[in-house]
Design a protein around this ligand. Sequence first.
Ligand code: NAD
Ligand code: MG
Length: 388
Amino acid sequence: MQRLTVLGATGSIGVSTLDVVARHPDRFEIVALSGHRQIERLADQCLQFAPRYAVVADAAAAALVAGRIAGKVATEVLHGVEALEAIAALPEVDAVMAAIVGAAGLRPALAAARGGKRVLLANKEALVMTGDLFMREVATHRATLLPIDSEHNAVFQCLPSQHHRGVRRILLTASGGPFRRTPIADLANVTPEQACAHPNWDMGRKISVDSATMMNKGLEVIEARWLFDTPADRIDVVIHPQSIVHSMVEYVDGSVLAQMGNPDMRTPIAHALAWPERIDSGVSPLDLAASADLVFERPDFERFPCLKLAFDALKAGGGTPAVLNAANEVAVAAFLEHRLGFRAIADVIAHTLDQLPGRPADTLEQVFAADAEARALATRIVSERAVA
Ligand code: NAD
Ligand code: MG
């Protein structure tokens, strides 16, 4: 029996995780769940899985959840970041699904690593912000880090068992998002609804916008650098609009191994939950003959400037990826609230990066300082630009 904490249980990844878990009541037990403001959904999940703990944003939200479940399940409802860290590191927990979106997920993900847990990492922003530091904590505390991001989970499955023997390159596939063919001149006027209508994946709003700008792939390049200890010049991005090939590993003998499947996050989630075994995920089998032709293209940095910004931030190193991530979170939130145009997302990030070079990231305090400085600056830049 594997005992689980699911951080971000009410989100897209959290819901998919609980769907897989519910298929295997003999294998998994939910110890703790977290949500933020989606009270009803979290209460329903508590009623279904009867966890020992549930964590929400604040006392008011906690009272609402507690009221809804009172007399039905004995779940203790807590709130705040410290409670998130606590449920990530409980002694009775074996594995933690880290599926909070953005920098908010960093502290609890780190707590899981420091607790020596099996960490199922969906929260890529945590690794983008702290890369080296996070990997050192994983090693020091003998945690097991398993990637949930479909591309990294694919790479993990295609890597040799002996560490990196004969690997030449990692090839991350990208769908190109909803605007792969939109005339560049029209991109300034696209709406959040258009940006969130991803052709292949049903995801949270922040990552959907990241997919549309391809910042998501940029964050994933940085994530891959740390997860697989691979320098940036050995990580390539290939556009593959069908999202059937989830990523590839190229070897020195010319072999290229790919992991394929229908675009459904329950596959990488089930893989990481059961690893090194395999379990049913509920995903329908891939019907290759019925699939559309598989297409591969090179990405265009002019259409997707965020991808270039991320590669450059990775090369700059130190606290620059944390600055990139923070500026992106601010710009994407502003875009979703109709306060910023789509093309201006990249401009806000570029200006923030220009003005905050060389921030250190040797300690967590330095990372949070870079994050805070970048958020303040990006917020100012957004307000000056308004919707332009
Ligand atoms: P989502 O927006 O659907 O869910 C986010 C979750 O985080 C929710 O449970 C929400 O309650 C919680 N949350 C939000 N703000 C919080 C805060 N300040 N404090 C605590 N909890 C907070 O997002 P998602 O699509 O499930 O993505 C989650 C993470 O997984 C992201 O880092 C994303 O990049 C990554 N990811 C998602 C997918 C996908 O298919 N959805 C694929 C790969 C990676
Ligand atoms: Mg991905």
